[in-house]
Design a protein around this ligand. Sequence first.
Ligand code: PHE
Length: 452
Amino acid sequence: MTQSTRDGFTSTFGVLVATLGSAVGLGNIWKFPYLTGANGGAGFLLVYLLATLMVGLPLMMVETMLGRAARANAVTTFERVAPPSQSAWKVIGWMGFAAALLIMSFYSGVAGWVYAYIFKALSGEIATIDPKIAGAAFGKLVSNPVASLLWQWLVLGITGGIIMLGVSKGIEAVTRRLMPLLFVLLLILCVRSLTLPGAMEGLKFLFTPDFSKITSEVVLTALGLAFFKLSIGMGCMLTYGSYFRGDQNIPLTTTRVMLADLSVSLLAGIAIFPAVFAFGFAPAAGPSLVFMTIPAVFTSMPGGTLFMTLFFILTAVASVGAILSLLEVPVAILTERYKLTRKHAALYTIAAILLLGIPASLSNSLMADIKLFGMTAFDLFDFLSSNVLLPLGGILICLFVGWVYGLPEVEKQLGNHGELQNSPLVKAVFFLVRFVAPLSIAVVLLHGLKVF
Ligand code: PHE
């Protein structure tokens, strides 16, 4: 495959939007609030922030950098950037391949819930501030095996179709337009939520840490979320980096994406937690938290139905950008390494996800009692990807960059025209990647998995 025939992002703005589209998704609206709620609030948020700044951002920079340096998919990248005798590094790409399928198997299911909620919002079924009614509406959807599967398949059909259209056309066009609207809608939600009676308690939960709640599992979950949020540790940013233009400023782009992504998560948290306490929802409700609380906030304001419908439409759109980036990891590997057409690669990928998605989707109904390590398929796939494969991939990428690739090459690749030679910024990133990140990920991983 020659470089000139490779599809890529066509403008600096397009790169920013697509990368942001990958980062911002159900992770912000659904996962961040539910994990924050289930893990004690502010303490979790604090660890998550630390993990994002000290580990996530530097890793995002070097991962993107490797992809652009090699201009290849996640597996081939390591054949190109590693010395010939060390081609084993490409296992990172294969782990990413597996992680992408695992994440997609439950992520597409949750996206399916979001699609279904567009119609529930329209019908008025979820226009309630009563936790019992809200819980019943959610339960009705997820405990129905046929409905949850069909919604998931609809998501896979739509996103599979988009990915067949190609990188620049498909991804840029879809993610560009609607994100600002979602941001505005979240702001409106925050205002309403903050003016609810008892809102302060929610803010306290979110911003006043209780350090006794920070266990090793909480730390591992926060680290896993940081990886999941920034789409790192699994070859997604390697793949997107390979579509970056040569003159794109990687440190700046990744920092902007991280900040924007963090803002969306925080807004979602501020929209949700005051309402959780005002209406008497359980902060630790788990995956259902957002699906119950957000409708309650909308219900308590004028124009609720309209805004609620719009919100779920925009969340569905946000999920598309993330899903496209997830699919791109296997699709790029299959097209570039096995010479499959884009169409076939997308079809095989979707078929694999469809199969893996069945146990994930049925985890709240027919397969609710089938557990491995005490987890349903849904929880297990999430745990295996976010808390095991992504951190492990992260360690390996850090070790590769820090100990094989080396500082001179990082200086050269991160700065496009040699402007980052001897830059203290790059030295700091390199130090984090060489020592701090791999060590801290390893300790958190081993501790969180109870190895010691
Ligand atoms: N970052 C996305 C989100 O928060 C999920 C994702 C994970 C996308 C890994 C790509 C790779 O929704």
